[in-house]
Write a protein that binds this ligand. Structure first.
Ligand code: UDP
Length: 584
């Protein structure tokens, strides 16, 4: 398999990842970057008494999987691993991508968290918050005798904060704002990004999600009302019809992609710590966390977990298991080596030791196996690969528990009930891998291809690209020609309807818009069966989809057991990260 860096990957590396001196000159090669990360995260093993021979062997193994891009940790780890902590700037070397902070119902609480969030943003992390504990708009403020302006008003302050904190100049601020569906201000919240059709309007530094409860879903099914409860008093202050509220959520998602939905009761029930404290997720939704929870993510490149045999591509289970084992060790080491911006984060991270090992390049792997993304066979494959990831990553965490001990909250966890000693309260998560997948030259996360030839807009500029796995296959089959690539581009990046191409290739390379929305949801649900935390996935809908189509997607997602659901209707925002080049 290819080990070359793609042009885009090199540009992204230069722009964002490679170290620079104080004059802005790059002082690191890609190889040195991977050595720095491998070295820093192997060295930390001295805290568990590792010898120098053991450390250099671990360092070599870490370097090997990073350099081959069999596994990559989330961006903040690539930025900061192996760099000395600076006592003057606590938390500048933070390595986690996912954080959830609490927001208490007081001015002190709201502005303490604003400060904490600013520190995290500076280091390149993304923060999620539930605004659900804030008293509703119009409630009395005892100390002043005035009236509260409500959760949505405070979200605007957080939004502006992100605009002015430059995230170390390297990474755009990402935030998730969650409101529980029973909060009296829920209708204002659902409409909060309604006018944001440009992607640049109010709350553009926020993804927003409604935390939906079982009670709400039941009310939806029975077409009845559900209660609105003031969080600061526990009083029932009203009720709304569940179908009307769901319709309103769907209407706004149809317009702008926001809000998404998270099934908050299911998330808490399925969490191994099961203490009911999870109120929110990180910005892209894959990582539900309790207050002050943080998580280090990492993703295995599934394209590299295949081997070529005489009868085509097959999973290389041995290599896959070896990679999983190293990746779990790597992510557990990050918890120890991390430079936490605030003490509460360090405290919780070391007690729960949540890590998020996931995958990228799922679409590429399916194509090489010759399996259409939108097929029962693909769902079966997702269950098979997911079960392997779960089993082997849990095993790796158990091995670490023997070496290093179980996580501190173990006694209050379901793992204890199950009699399984674990090093980490949760092990698997599927991240979006927005930039990692560019470095690894594969498709992001478990998404289908957006387009097989496309324009990519990133901070570094706009580039035309042809999907690399398709190129491999076309070349292998001696079908590649500039003329064919041009035809695919002119066909809005699709090839299923290019009838002169062999049928197996046309079937194995569907794009996100050709995959029917139901198949997106079914794929997300098939993976979710084996993932401890959650999954970042967008259900792409054609432009012509209706609000009712979106409501049906929500219901299907609930019935199939997903933990969250996000839809995006084609062309609904003026600013799209990926654009299919138009033929005109
Ligand atoms: N994230 C962020 N800013 C960004 C992109 C991502 O804060 O511009 C955070 C966010 O919490 C997201 C997580 O990083 O859910 C993982 O995103 P992704 O996998 O795309 O990041 P990568 O590691 O590929 O850069």
């Amino acid at each position: 398999m290819e080990l070359e860096w793609s042009e885009t990957a090199l540009r992204v590396l230069e722009q964002r990842y490679l170290l620079r001196d104080e004059n802005g000159n790059i002082v690191e090669t890609p190889e040195q970057l991977m050595h720095r990360v491998a070295h820093g995260l192997a060295q930390i093993e001295t805290v568990w008494g590792a010898t120098s021979e053991q450390i250099s062997s671990v360092e070599q193994d870490f370097f090997d999987i990073l350099w081959k891009r069999d596994f990559l940790p989330n961006t903040p780890t690539l930025f900061h691993a192996g760099l000395p902590k600076d006592p003057k700037y606590r938390g500048r070397r933070f390595m986690s991508a996912c954080i959830v902070l609490p927001i208490e119902d007081s001015i002190d609480g709201i502005f303490k968290t604003l400060w904490d969030a600013a520190k995290i943003m500076q280091a390149g992390g993304g923060v999620g918050y539930a605004f659900s504990r804030l008293r509703p708009k119009g409630s009395l403020v005892k100390s002043s005798g005035g009236k509260s302006s409500g959760p949505v008003s405070f979200m605007h302050i957080y939004d502006v904060m992100v605009d002015v904190v430059a995230q170390g100049g390297k990474r755009r601020g990402a935030q998730m704002g969650v409101l529980n569906v029973h909060h009296p201000d829920i209708l204002e919240f659902i409409d909060a990004k309604k006018e944001n059709t440009s992607g640049q309007g109010p709350l553009h530094n926020f993804n927003i999600s409604v935390a939906v409860t079982e009670e709400f879903v039941q009310a939806y099914k029975e077409d009845t009302t559900f209660k609105l409860v003031a969080p600061h008093t526990g009083e029932v202050v009203g009720e709304l019809n569940a179908r009307e509220v769901m319709h309103k959520i769907a209407e706004n998602a149809w317009r702008t992609g926001d809000p998404g939905i998270i099934f908050i009761d299911r998330i808490n029930q399925l969490d191994y710590l099961d203490d009911g404290r999870i109120e929110a997720t990180n910005p892209c939704g894959e990582q539900p966390l309790p207050p002050y929870g943080s998580c280090n993510l990492g993703s295995i490149n599934l394209k590299h977990m295949l081997k070529k045999t005489d009868s085509g591509y097959q999973w290389d289970w041995e290599k896959f298991q070896r990679t999983i084992r190293l990746a779990v060790r790597f992510l557990d080491n990050v918890i120890e080596a991390n430079d936490y911006p605030i003490p509460e984060l360090e405290d919780y991270a070391k007690k729960a030791r949540r890590i998020g090992l996931g995958v990228m390049g799922w679409a590429d792997a399916l194509s090489l196996l010759g399996i259409p993304y939108d097929s029962e066979e693909a769902l079966e494959e997702a269950r098979k690969v997911g079960a392997f990831l779960k089993e082997k990553s849990h095993l790796a965490s158990q091995e670490l528990a023997q070496e290093r001990g179980v996580f501190e909250f173990y006694d209050q966890s379901k793992w204890k009930e199950l009699g399984i000693p674990m090093r980490n309260a949760a092990v698997t998560t599927i991240a979006p891998t927005g930039t990692l997948s560019i470095l690894a030259n594969v498709n992001s996360g478990i998404e289908p291809y957006f387009a097989l030839a496309f324009e990519r807009k990133i901070t570094a500029g706009t580039f035309h690209e042809v999907q690399p796995t398709l190129l491999d296959v076309l070349k292998e089959r001696e079908l590649y020609s500039e003329e064919l690539v041009q035809r695919i581009i002119e066909n809005e990046g699709k090839l299923r309807d290019l009838e002169d191409l062999p049928e197996d290739i046309r079937n194995a390379f569907p794009t996100a818009m050709e995959v029917a929305p139901e198949w997106h949801v079914r794929m997300q649900a098939a993976w979710q069966e084996n993932i401890d935390s959650s999954i970042s996935k967008t259900v792409n809908l054609p432009y012509q989809s209706t609000v009712e189509d979106i409501e049906n997607i929500y219901l299907l997602a609930y019935e199939l057991g997903t933990k969250s659901i996000t839809v995006y209707r084609d062309k609904s925002l003026e600013l799209q990260v990926l654009n299919v080049p138009s033929t005109s």
